[in-house]
Write a protein of this length. Structure first.
Length: 72
């Protein structure tokens, strides 16, 4: 399951980040690392962006980034 599959109000724990290079660096710079809890706040009508709560901060992720974050 990826972060993109979670519905608003659901939460999960990051298992891994399935990308490399600058995209992985951008995700990790936001504080999204393996083991952290993420709660989906809302998803835009067309699915882009996805607003999440990470460590008390509200962040917006692109749909493509959310697909790279494996959840458990």
């Amino acid at each position: 399951m990826t972060l993109k599959d979670l519905k608003p109000g659901q939460q999960g724990t990051v298992a891994s980040i399935g990308t490399t290079g600058p995209a992985k660096r951008r995700i990790m710079d936001m504080g999204i690392t393996p083991g952290v809890e993420i709660r989906v706040v809302k998803v835009a009508p067309l699915g882009n962006p996805i607003e999440v709560n990470v460590r008390g901060y509200e962040l917006s992720l692109r749909k493509e980034e959310a697909q790279q974050i494996e959840m458990r």
